[in-house]
Every structure is written in C-alpha cells, then in structure tokens.
Write a protein that binds this ligand. Structure first.
Ligand code: SF4
Length: 251
C-alpha cells in the first residue's frame, strides 16, 4: 500500500537544488526513527525523532495519510500544480523514507511517468535502500539526495549505514549527492571521520546541513556547520524553508 502524507508546491530549501520551485510529495513511513534528532511537539505530547514525525510516527499520524491506489492520482496532484505554469518545476519525493516503496507498483509507475514526462525528480533518501536499477531503469534518471545518517541520529551504525546501497546509488544514479545533518555536538565528536568513512571512494558532491526544524535551532547549529565546511571543503547547505517559514508545515 502506498501512503501519501502531504503534497505542496514550494521552493526546495536544501541541497544542490536549493531555491528551485518544486512540487513535494511526502510519502509515509520510514525504516529508521532517528531518536537523536530531538523532539517534536504534537497534540498528543512530544515525540522523539526527526522533524517529520507526521510522516514516520504511524500510531498517531497514519490515519491521516492518503492511500494512493493508482499512478493517475499522483499525475492529478502534479497537474494541479503545473496547470497554470509555463515551466516545469522539479518534483521532490520525500518522506519519511520514500525508498521503502521501491518495490511498490504504483510508486514505480509514478516515478516512471515523471521521468518520462521530463521532470527533474529528486529522491530524498537515507540511502539504506537501493532501487533495482536493472528491473526499473528509470531510477538511473532520478537524482538521489543521499542523506546518510550519522551517529547523532541515535540509530546504530548497522541500521543507518548500508554500504552496498550507498555504492549502488552513488554509482548508478544520476549525479547523486551526499547530504549530512550536523549539530555542534557531532562536529566536536567525530563528524569528519564518520563522513569520510561513508564517502570514501566516491566523487559525489558532499553537502553539510545544520540540524534544526526552527529558526532558533538553526541559529545554534548553522555557524558551526559553516566553520566545519570551511575547514574541510564540504559544501554548506542551509534550510531556506525554515529560514523563511520557520515551523510551518507544507513549506
Ligand atoms: S531517516 Fe529521515 S525520515 Fe526517517 S526517521 Fe530519520 S530523519 Fe526521519
């Protein structure tokens, strides 16, 4: 079953295509929990985990997700945003972890149609699940933003780093890039070593992004991440949508 949490039209706030007008499709479910990324306040109380708990925490949020039974539904959603545009925005597939649907027929047909129509499609993934590039060759035209998790996620190494999946995506995907989420603590405790171990042997671009789902948290972590990038030659990426809209959802 394919679950869609939300869809919206905004600018991409992170990574190589930061600033690009983009249609976001946020899919429900994730194979990780990332309890190290702090807490999110909900009506039911604080929930530990990433800043998109509404796409991950099934006991509370799954009842609100849309069940997508046909690729036509995704087509209609995309068309609702593009019908008055005279250009093609990017399409960003995000989550949760969208690659948990990499064997789902509706998901794959949707991605195939987007690529066939000429969209630039970015897959925002934790890079623990590689697509079957042979069986689904259109994945070779998807840009993978590989947000491999570091120890500050709170996940054990064997869960958050899948070397074989990273290798497959980094070498078979279309111009994929790495994107790491850093905070002050991990910068002082092994971020450099962890990143270098993950990217060893690859030539893909490396972006570092501050932890923070709010302007207040970005103010705490961003300067340290900038210094880290200056020291080691990684590319800094901000979270533009957080700077502009702070905690608003669908932005
Ligand atoms: S991998 Fe990403 S979406 Fe999944 S729990 Fe971690 S931060 Fe959230």
């Amino acid at each position: 079953m394919l679950y869609l949490v939300e869809h919206f039209f905004s600018i991409q706030g992170e990574g190589r295509y930061s600033g690009s007008p983009s249609i976001f499709l946020r899919f429900g479910g994730c194979n990780l929990r990332c309890p190290g990324f702090g807490e999110t306040d909900t009506k039911e109380g604080p929930i530990a985990g990433c800043d998109t708990v509404r796409a991950v925490h099934t006991p509370i949020f799954k009842k609100n997700w849309l069940v997508v039974r046909s690729a036509d539904t995704i087509d209609s959603i995309v068309a609702s945003y593009t019908k008055n545009l005279d250009y093609m925005p990017d399409i960003v597939l995000t989550g949760g972890e969208p690659m948990i649907y990499s064997q789902n027929l509706v998901f794959n047909e949707s991605v195939r149609r987007m690529i066939g129509a000429g969209y630039r499609v970015t897959m925002e993934t934790n890079a623990t699940i590689a697509p079957d590039f042979k069986r689904y060759p259109f994945y070779a035209d998807v840009v993978f933003a590989m947000a491999v998790k570091l120890s500050n996620s709170g996940e054990p190494h064997e869960k958050r780093v899948n070397a074989e999946a990273i290798r497959a995506i980094a070498t078979e995907g279309k111009n994929p890039f790495f994107k790491f989420t850093l905070d002050r603590t991990i910068i002082e405790n092994g971020a450099r070593e962890q990143i270098e171990a993950i990217i060893a042997g690859f030539k893909n671009e490396v972006f570092c992004m501050p932890l923070g789902e709010s302007i207040e948290k970005l103010r705490i972590h961003a300067p340290a991440v900038v210094d880290f990038c200056l020291k080691y030659g990684y590319r800094y990426t901000d979270r533009l949508h957080v700077r502009i809209y702070n905690r608003e959802e669908k932005r």
